[in-house]
Design a protein around this ligand. Structure first.
Ligand code: ATP
Ligand code: MN
Length: 477
């Protein structure tokens, strides 16, 4: 018999039908009640065994973590917490789980402990909820762009350009790392390497997306990106997924409109399609908050926060205005910031971004027109000669979630900028070609997918929203 996903068994199947379900045991109580979960939903189905009808040997194998196939009749449940349950007729243990050795016992485990059990943590309510939501957000992203006439471009993962300036890169090489062939200078001779040049894992698909946008008008990439930055923070991974839309004829304001509309759409989509998982995570967070001292608790619940972002306009202000606010802020005057804001031109740290969003405006903020010196070479120079048309979207609890800009479309200005940033014109000739032939105003941004998933799930550490996190010293699974 075909088996029924537990989500369907709980919501779609009429009482009285005989069904088969397969899944993993969450708990087995009183030698009678099995809570079975197959990941199709956060809910477990309750299966009731009449222990007199089953062999003791079978019953002994119904342990937390064991995989079962259960057939029986779907009946109304008199117990609280569920509408229907299964009266078990046949029960097969597909895969046992030794209760002495199975690490996930039915009790609360810390997220840190579960990170060490990344191969099994999918089987917890928290992580299955997170990964179902992650899927929904990913699907919504493709849907958003597809419905609006964007084309998905698969930008390369291996790249020869190291000019993007977005962070430290991982080398890709087939040379013998312990004894590479040497050139006249005595350093590794990459002309003998696989690609006959130095190559790395990409830190961004933007430059390639620009090439496509200047032909297909509206494109986006959604792929893995790699940064060998040694930042052990709750918001950085060495391997993360990035969404990078790039649009011909969009200026900075169109770009901000797109980012805001896009983010709200994803949040609304998740609110609409992941209600049960969100309700679970919301409750989880509220329980966690109760354990904190009053002054450290957040004011909004997860659901309130998501609704707030979906329904309210983001504040937009220039970097220059932000610096004024920060300079006169309490934490700056009382020297509470780790990095004090003294003058225009300072790079904003996460503490400053979060102050603006969480304390000052209490709302997502888009900052624009940053000093040219602290931003990448490809951002369009403003007429003041010192700021560029950059924009960062800052979110509560996260800080920077999106970084983008209007791109420098003027060949001479771009070349000048590359010279200043000591970027080889020859190496990026293909990028410059778009400015030589049919250049136009265009803009785009990068959204860190995991930071978005962090936001919508309320998970405080980025390592808990990607199945197998890569961070300094960690690549076990
Ligand atoms: P940050 O200052 O937070 O390190 P960034 O300025 O290096 O970010 P960008 O180069 O603009 O970030 O990348 C675009 C987006 O990619 C960021 O807004 C963020 O959402 C995400 N991002 C950047 N670095 C990482 C990382 N190491 N892990 C996860 N997401 C990241
Ligand atoms: Mn960074």
């Amino acid at each position: 018999m075909k088996h029924t996903p537990i989500s369907d068994a709980l919501t779609k199947m009429p009482v009285g039908t005989t069904i088969t379900v397969k899944g993993w045991v969450r708990t087995f109580r009183s030698n009678r009640f099995i809570a079975l979960n197959d990941g199709s939903t956060i809910e477990n189905i309750q299966a009731v065994v009449d222990f007199e009808k089953f062999d003791e040997k079978v019953l002994r194998q119904i342990n937390t973590g064991a995989c079962l196939k259960i057939s029986g009749d779907l009946v109304s449940s008199i117990g609280s917490g569920q509408k229907v349950e299964i009266q078990v007729v046949t029960l097969d243990v597909l895969g046992g789980a030794d209760p002495e050795k199975y690490p996930l016992q039915p009790k609360k485990h810390s997220l840190e402990f579960l990170r060490e059990q990344a191969h099994l943590r999918f089987r917890t309510s928290t992580f299955s909820a997170v990964f179902r939501i992650r899927h929904a957000a990913s699907f919504a992203i493709h849907k958003y762009f597809n419905d609006r006439g964007f084309f998905n471009i698969h930008s390369p993962i291996i790249t020869a350009s190291d000019a993007e300036g977005a962070g430290e890169m991982f080398r890709v090489s087939t040379l013998d790392a312990t004894n590479p062939p040497k050139n006249e200078l005595g350093t590794a001779d990459f002309s003998q390497d696989f690609f006959e040049r130095e190559t790395h894992l990409t830190v961004s698909g933007q430059l390639e997306a620009e090439l496509a946008a200047l032909a297909l008008s509206k494109v986006y990439t959604f792929g893995p990106t790699f940064r060998a930055e040694n930042s052990n923070t709750s918001r950085h991974l060495a391997e993360f997924w990035m969404i990078e839309p790039e649009v011909a004829f969009n200026d900075l304001h169109d770009n901000m409109d797109l980012a805001e509309d896009f983010l709200k759409y994803i949040v609304k989509y998740v609110l609409q399609h992941c209600a049960a998982d969100l309700a679970f995570l919301d409750k989880r967070l509220q329980d966690e908050e109760k354990g904190k001292p009053k002054n450290e608790r957040t004011e909004q619940t997860l659901l309130e926060k998501l609704q707030f972002v979906a329904e309210n306009n983001f504040v937009r202000l220039s970097y220059t205005e932000a610096i004024e606010i920060l300079r006169n802020s309490k934490p700056n005057k009382k020297k509470k910031f780790k990095y004090l804001i003294e003058e225009w031109g300072a790079d904003l740290q996460s503490e400053h971004e979060r102050y603006l969003v969480e304390q000052h405006f209490k709302c997502p903020v888009i900052l624009f027109d940053y000093p040219a010196k602290i931003k990448a070479f490809y951002m369009r120079l403003n007429d003041d000669g010192k700021t560029v048309r950059a924009m960062d979207v800052l979110f509560p609890g996260i800080g920077e979630i999106v970084g983008g800009s209007q791109r420098e479309e003027r060949l001479e200005v771009l070349k000048e900028k590359m010279t200043q940033f000591e970027i080889d014109h020859e190496q990026l000739y293909w990028y410059l070609d778009t400015r030589r032939f049919g250049s136009c105003v265009h803009s785009g941004f990068g959204l860190g997918f995991e930071r978005l998933v962090q936001f919508v799930t309320g998970m405080s550490n980025i390592r808990d929203v990607i199945p197998f996190p890569r961070t300094p010293g960690k690549a076990e699974f």
